[in-house]
Design a protein around this ligand. Structure first.
Ligand code: HH2
Length: 293
């Protein structure tokens, strides 16, 4: 269990404020709600391709307590092929515009395409979720110029091929080293340290065993001093363990990962089931804070 002193030393302030957003980590791990405006995402593909339905679902997640809404226009499930920037913009932009007009909750754009990130920020998004961790450095420059937080995620290969026999010597050490290098690069480009989130990329070029080792050692990522985001929600490794083929039946399995992450000091969990996972993070935070009297 983390002590209060340890936490204070890592992050001088629990409040992250920037020109178009604000996140308060004082109550523990925050919940980022997933909004996939895609026809083919592994869990919610096609459900929110329609703009009105996407907006409704985004607002429902805000009502349920999401601290951030992550809007994406491209599925990155294993085997998926990439979608053009123009197509992503066409899907994501109307939703970002409509959502940001109706809520103060920061909207994150889930993209590794510079043009998509820029268009989304112009339309009201306040954060970039880059699953290639600055594969295109202009994303880092953009985050620095606009002073917005950026998520840097580890992926081995590309979504199309990443699950074909991924191999590591020491998965935790290799993923962490990669993320720290990219985080330092983001700092060099001018992104303030407290605005950089690192993410081990659960399911992105990882076997079941790799995912488990990363979750087991997630505290090592937290100990790096960068804030950590984890996205394990409904992913197939949970199905492998529980035998649940339908991603929508993986809510309890997801809850287990969220509890582990919250207890280890992860700052944000990226999830489909906002209300349920908020309960999990609240209980984890209550246990964590019970030693502060
Ligand atoms: N996982 C997915 C997409 N974006 N971003 C971050 N930072 N971390 C993740 O683990 C992550 C992510 C894949 O999940 P999902 O969006 O539900 O599915 P799909 O890629 O099929 O749209």
């Amino acid at each position: 269990m983390r002590s209060k002193k340890e936490k204070v030393e890592k992050h001088p302030t629990d409040l992250l404020e920037w020109p178009v957003g604000r996140l308060d980590f004082s109550a523990g791990c925050l919940v980022m709600g997933i909004l996939n405006v895609t026809p083919d995402s592994f869990s919610d593909g096609g459900e929110f391709l329609d703009g009105d339905r996407a907006l409704k679902h985004g607002l429902k997640m805000v009502e349920d307590g999401a601290a951030i809404i992550d809007v994406g226009g491209e599925s990155t499930r294993p085997g998926s092929v990439s979608v053009s920037a123009a197509e992503q913009i066409g899907r994501v932009l109307p939703v970002v515009e409509a959502l940001s007009a109706k809520t103060d909750v920061p909207i994150s754009v889930d993209t590794c395409e510079f043009e998509v990130a820029k268009a989304a920020l112009d339309a009201g998004a306040g954060m970039i979720n880059d699953i290639t961790a600055l594969g295109d450095e202009r994303i880092g420059e953009l985050a620095a110029e606009r002073q917005v937080p950026v998520v840097l995620m580890h992926m081995k290969g590309t979504p199309e091929t990443m699950q074909v026999e991924p191999r590591y010597g020491d998965v935790v050490a290799e993923v962490l080293e990669f993320l720290l290098e990219r985080a330092r690069r983001a700092e060099q480009l001018g992104v303030p340290r407290e605005m950089i989130f690192i993410d081990p990329g659960i399911g992105f070029g990882k076997t079941l065993e790799h995912n488990l080792l990363l979750l087991k050692d997630i505290g090592k990522f937290v100990a790096s001093g960068f804030r950590v985001l984890v996205g394990a929600s409904r992913k197939s490794f949970i199905g492998s363990i529980t035998g649940r083929q339908d991603p929508r039946e993986r809510v309890y399995g997801t809850a287990s990962t969220v509890a582990l992450c919250a207890a280890a000091g992860v700052s944000i969990v990226r999830v489909h089931d906002v209300a349920e996972m908020l309960d999990v993070t609240k209980v984890a935070a209550a246990v964590d804070q019970s030693d502060r009297s």
